[in-house]
Design a protein. Structure first.
Length: 137
């Protein structure tokens, strides 16, 4: 499948009825468009039922490196998302794989994601990092 635009890629990736291979292709295509809309779609895809689609979305977020960090942190500060164990674990995996200069800063967050109360602790640590990055809303 040849994707022609960011809009088309977002539509395909967001549509669970599309072929998983096409959705994976759409996720890869979005690597070249690190906008808030793309980040939101990729992060939402981390909760997809198809493992391959989730995996590729996570890999794209890893490849976006620091550009994805604020959106990943904001996701962890949302109580609705913070209670999702699979999503927390996937974001933890993304942060561990990201070898950016910010990696040192996320160590406390990685610990919180594996701690005794990961949802709450991750929300607190993610909020601290957002403030440090000047990205808090």
């Amino acid at each position: 499948m040849k994707i022609k635009s960011k809009t088309e890629a977002l539509e395909i990736l967001s549509n669970a009825k599309c072929d998983p291979w096409d959705r994976e292709t759409a996720a890869r295509y979005l690597l070249q468009y690190p906008s808030p809309e793309v980040m939101e779609c990729l992060i939402n895809t981390l909760r997809d039922e198809d493992f391959g689609v989730r995996y590729v979305a996570a890999q794209v977020l890893i490849d976006m490196r620091d550009l994805a960090l604020p959106d990943l942190l904001r996701t962890l500060t949302d109580a609705h998302h913070a209670s999702d164990t699979q999503l927390r674990e996937t974001i933890r995996h993304i942060l561990m794989r990201n070898r950016s200069v910010l990696q040192i800063r996320v160590d406390a967050l990685l610990d919180a994601l594996k701690g005794p109360v990961p949802g709450l602790a991750a929300m607190e640590e993610a909020s601290k990092l957002l403030r440090q990055l000047g990205e808090a809303r």
